[in-house]
Design a protein around this ligand. Structure first.
Ligand code: ATP
Length: 267
């Protein structure tokens, strides 16, 4: 294996900082501890993948970072960053065309009416959907719908002062429902957009190879309750191929560790 290895850039501040975060659902004897004392940082511009068995609290963790839910203990800090969330289901409004779906997000972000059409066109160009502005969601493939969902997430974070720097994008298995070929293309796309916009990404997936293909770092969570078990830096040069030897080898090591965890908890 002769692939070049690049050192991770030195980073100082954190865009996302979790310290001793626990989350319990319910109370008394029926209470369920979903996250237990999770401490985790994502540096500005870092791509962090969260991996774990089903039910280990990955979505709960993203919801806490998004401010959609409150931690039972500990602190969640996003340093004033704009935070957007993207899910496995694109959840577009079916009665609106692609442009109108994006314009609605821009409206929610407070972009003046006269600027919305142009901004929506820019965002659609950036996800390579410039020719599909008038289509309704049902006229698009699953991969295209996820591109629209990505453009909409970016629309919710527009800020002219910094061109997108200072945005935290939370992605909850965004490509989980797509076929392998489409997913591969979208890996290239999200990597390009992440780079161009200097986004900080927290990316939840069940797919170990996907995590190694995309992440600067892969964070492995245990289940019941979710705890950080191990972090794997991914030092390989980008762009990576999901079927490359180096990705496969590291993914195998991560999978072994994941199996140990799943075995321990009987999930
Ligand atoms: N609102 C809720 N009320 C009660 N329990 C919840 C709630 N949300 C999540 N849980 C429980 O917390 C645990 C963690 O759930 P979460 O959805 O965060 O896991 P996950 O790792 O994202 O799972 P998956 O990989 O299957 O999507 C699970 O046991 C789940 O049943």
């Amino acid at each position: 294996m002769t692939q070049a290895v690049t050192a991770a850039p030195s980073r100082t501040a954190a865009a996302v900082r979790l310290r001793g975060v626990s989350k319990a659902f319910g109370s008394g004897s029926s209470s369920l501890l979903a996250l237990d004392q999770v401490s985790l940082d994502a540096a500005p511009g870092e791509f962090v993948c969260l991996l774990g068995a089903s039910g280990c609290g990955k979505s709960t963790l993203l919801n806490l970072v998004a401010g959609l839910d409150q931690a039972s203990a500990g602190t969640v800090d996003t340093e004033g960053a704009r935070v957007a969330l993207m899910f496995q289901e694109p959840a577009l409004f079916p009665w609106l065309n692609v442009t109108a779906n994006i314009e609605l997000a821009l409206k929610m972000r407070g972009v003046p009416r006269q600027d919305r059409r142009g901004r929506a066109a820019e965002l659609l160009d950036s996800v390579h959907l410039g020719g599909f502005a008038k289509k309704r969601p049902h006229q698009l493939s699953g991969g295209m719908r996820q591109r629209v969902a990505l453009a909409r997430a970016l629309a919710l974070t527009v800020d002219d002062s910094d061109g997108g720097q200072g945005t935290v994008l939370l992605m909850d298995e965004p490509f989980g429902a797509l076929d392998a070929m489409t997913r591969d293309l979208l890996h290239d796309e999200i990597e390009r957009i992440w780079r161009e916009r200097g986004l900080t990404v927290l990316f939840v997936t069940h797919n170990v190879r996907e995590a190694v293909r995309l992440g600067d770092r892969v964070v492995l969570l245990s289940s019941r309750p979710g705890r950080v078990v191990q972090e794997f830096p991914v030092p390989f040069e980008r762009p990576r191929r999901i079927d490359s030897t180096e990705v496969a080898e590291l993914a195998a090591a991560v999978t072994d560790r994941l199996r140990e965890e799943v075995g321990r908890h009987g999930a």
